[in-house]
Design a protein around this ligand. Structure first.
Ligand code: SD4
Length: 290
């Protein structure tokens, strides 16, 4: 059965999936819809894990990571990008207008400015205040779960049955200066193969990168697993290889070419948002540790 057009995203980001979903039902391509969808969270100042208003690193720099993949299997990515509110759109420009896949830091910023992106201060008063509070103790512990306020990874399947995906984040709050997580790494934070399906990840990027998590999920689907089975096996792989799995969260969502969706996480509290046939939903993900 054909369960699309459909938009699905990590966490309860229904404003983002609604935006993408409505575009899909107007006949917009998966690529345009996924970009517009995640931009909703990049603009959301209340989301301190994505885009403008993101929490800074330990030294007070807001540095953004994002990537995008289209149905042709092309990819674009930026990491350690400062001062640009919509890193996903810079990633798309890298994909479409350069011979490269990934630009980082100073070069990524230069490329964005050359392409007309506006330079702005992304550190909000609230984020600055929280960071200064954190500086008093400087306790660096990964946060297991923050419902509704987290990295957005999104997959869109358009009316032609073509899939695109995007992932965008400010990374872990108070990370080391220079730290890049899984989100902009093709295969780790996001992977789309238009013949099979797509997957995207949230949580402790280091654990996701070490297992090339999203690629793993898509490859498991290629081998015949359902999106749900694939997410479960990938989470179990990460649990098996990281004895400290109690201390961090990882969650995956996956979608196959029929629009079937799966999701699984280490700790409860993760959910995914979906827009399908005019209906917007948020579904709790099953977890390894309940
Ligand atoms: C990272 N995976 O930078 C991202 C952060 C995240 O929930 O998903 N936070 O590691």
């Amino acid at each position: 059965t054909k369960n699309y057009p459909v938009a699905v995203a990590t966490w309860n980001f229904q404003n983002a999936t609604r935006k993408a979903g409505e575009l899909l039902y107007q006949g917009t391509s998966a690529l345009d819809a996924v970009e517009q969808g995640v931009r909703v969270e990049e603009s959301n100042l209340k989301n301190t894990t994505v885009g403008d208003g993101g929490a800074p690193d330990r030294d007070g720099n807001v540095t953004l990571d994002a990537c995008i993949m289209n149905p042709e299997g092309n990819a674009g990515s930026v990491a350690y990008l400062k001062h640009i509110a919509h890193p996903v759109s810079v990633a798309r420009k890298v994909m479409e207008e350069t011979p490269h896949v990934m630009l980082v830091g100073e070069g990524a910023l230069q490329f964005a400015l050359q392409n007309g992106f506006e330079k702005k201060d992304l550190l909000t008063k609230e984020s600055e205040k929280a960071w200064k509070e954190w500086l008093k103790e400087k306790e660096y512990k990964p946060i297991i779960n923050i419902e509704n306020h987290d990295t957005i990874g999104m997959l869109c399947l358009d009316e032609n049955g073509d899939m695109a995906g995007a992932c965008t984040t400010s990374g872990l709050a108070y990370k080391m200066n220079g730290r890049v997580g899984d989100s902009p790494i093709i295969g780790a934070g996001l992977f789309v193969d238009n013949e099979i399906g797509g997957a995207t990840a949230t949580g402790m990027g280091e654990a996701v990168m070490k297992s090339v998590g999203s690629f793993l999920v898509v490859e498991l689907m290629r081998q015949g697993k359902s999106p749900q089975q694939a997410c479960e096996e990938a989470v179990k792989r990460i649990v098996g290889k990281n004895s400290n799995y109690n201390d961090f969260q990882v969650g995956f969502i996956a979608m196959n070419k029929q629009g079937d969706i799966g999701s699984y996480c280490i700790h409860g509290g993760f959910s995914y948002a979906k827009y399908y046939k005019g209906e917007s939903t948020n579904t709790k993900s099953d977890s390894f540790l309940r």
